[in-house]
Design a protein around this ligand. Sequence first.
Ligand code: SF4
Ligand code: SF4
Length: 93
Amino acid sequence: MTYVITGSCIKDDSCIEVCPVDCIHPKPGAPDFETAEQLYIDPAVCIDCDACVEACPVDAIFAEFEVPEKFAYALELNADFFAELSTAERTAA
Ligand code: SF4
Ligand code: SF4
């Protein structure tokens, strides 16, 4: 399972600060932070600890099985962000 960030995210990075496995990106200062529409959770790394849900001031984070229907697209969106990132890293290498 994973947690998912949805379109309500205001990029205040509260979730990044509490995530014990550092799986929320992009981080402030990263090249793609300013242009990102929201932050994303890496589904391969998230350990479902729930800490980010408590920290989020706008309730933008949901457990995978609790994502509201209107944000259903966000599950794939979060995963795609990391799929594209690893492709870019492979291309750069
Ligand atoms: S549920 Fe825990 S591990 Fe997953 S993104 Fe949130 S804080 Fe990080
Ligand atoms: S805490 Fe919520 S609003 Fe803030 S960056 Fe994380 S998901 Fe976005």
